[in-house]
Design a binder for this molecule. Structure first.
Ligand code: F6R
Length: 357
């Protein structure tokens, strides 16, 4: 039930701190150790490469997941759009593990890959919000998101839940491989929860940003580097699907290789910077577009912030910033759609789960 909220999407954005707490609780044993079924750990131990398969927002969560598996666990990881993978399968490693990320567990594109890789005899793990869903039943193993039902077509809490669960899985993989990540993950996820709550309380401020940057625009860009680039892809997708503003997520450094030609007087550009090693680079890219007339809205993180930034998120672990920064973009799309009088929860041309290939 959406209760006192005007829309399911708003409720589901607001559900995120509770979903994070639930995940922390579900994936921890009494002694406070991370808890993942031994059969899944065995799958990880027996694989030499992870292939993450997903669509849309779940694909964007997979891009963040790759960071955890590679940086923490040292396991090579590829992330693929399901509809492409099935007809354009790359050369596989000897012992691949396929991880399907799907909120609904019903996406036909992802299922087509699952059917195919099963025929080839490969192992599969589904990460889904829906126990008993098709992808859960048909894969060897399942991890549940525990985000609670997601009703709005635009995915919000499933994305953050997917990232959190992938981080836990990768941390366990690292532990199994005897690698010290130096991260107390559950503590960091608790900090993330507090940070998300702070942003939710700041919603009116983000509504004002929408008034400043998006009220009359027909297009928008979301730039970032490394993890912030991936969050930009998600921000752009969210904005497109419910506000119908043409939006593009772009790697900050790649913009000047062509796309910068689209920047005009007043074009909104959201620049996200939460990664210290590229903070100056992305700020440079923001200046390049500002010099060509763009209306740049910089979203940064405490410790990397500068005067003039439109929004500063609380500081969290550098690998986990997507969990927090995305919430700013979720609100940006929500208010942009609301101000345009769109049906926020049921955008045109879209269905909650896409069961055709
Ligand atoms: C975007 C959105 C879609 C889904 C995609 C995959 O807000 O909801 O892009 O993420 O259709 O759906 P699942 O995760 O159910 O496989």
């Amino acid at each position: 039930e959406k209760g006192t909220y005007d829309h399911y999407m708003l409720k589901e954005i607001n559900d995120q701190p509770a979903a994070m707490r639930k995940i922390i609780q579900e994936y921890q044993d009494e002694a406070g150790n991370l808890k993942i079924d031994s059969s899944i750990i065995e799958q990880l131990n027996n694989s030499d490469r992870i292939y993450i398969i997903a669509a849309g927002t779940s694909y964007h969560a997979g891009l963040i997941g790759k960071e955890f598996f590679e940086k923490w666990a040292g396991v090579p990881t590829e992330v693929h759009v399901a509809s492409e993978f099935v007809y354009n399968t790359p050369l596989l490693s000897e012992k691949p593990l396929f991880i399907f990320i799907s909120q609904s567990g019903e996406t036909a594109d992802s299922r087509a890959v699952l059917v195919d890789i099963k025929k080839r005899g490969h192992k599969s793990l589904t990460v889904t919000n829906v126990p008993g869903s098709t992808l859960s039943r048909e894969a060897d193993e399942t991890l549940i998101l525990h985000a609670g039902p997601e009703i709005a077509v635009a995915s919000t809490k499933a994305y953050t839940a997917q990232i959190a669960v992938l981080s836990i899985l990768a941390q366990v993989a690292a532990r199994e491989l005897g690698r010290d990540t130096g991260i107390e993950l559950m503590k960091e996820l608790a900090k993330v929860t507090t940070a998300i709550t702070a942003i939710i309380e700041d919603a009116p401020k983000i509504e004002a940003i929408v008034k400043d940057y998006l009220e009359t625009s027909r297009n928008a860009f979301f730039i970032g580097r490394t993890l912030d680039y991936y969050v930009g892809l998600e921000g752009a997708l969210k904005l497109k699907e419910i506000s119908y503003i043409q939006a593009e997520g772009f790697a900050g450094g790649e913009l000047k290789h062509g796309t910068i030609a689209l920047i005009e007087e007043g074009t909104p550009v959201f620049a996200l910077t939460t990664q210290e090693k590229v903070n100056l680079n992305i700020r440079g890219n923001a200046q390049e577009v500002a010099a060509r007339g763009a209306n740049v809205c910089t979203v940064s993180m405490e410790g990397l912030d500068q005067e003039g930034d439109a929004y500063v998120i609380p500081r969290v672990h550098s690998s986990l910033t997507a969990l927090v920064s995305v919430v700013v973009y979720q609100f940006v799309s929500y208010y942009a759609a609301l101000h345009r009088g769109n049906d926020v929860d049921k955008p045109r041309n879209l269905a909650k789960s896409v069961t055709v290939e």
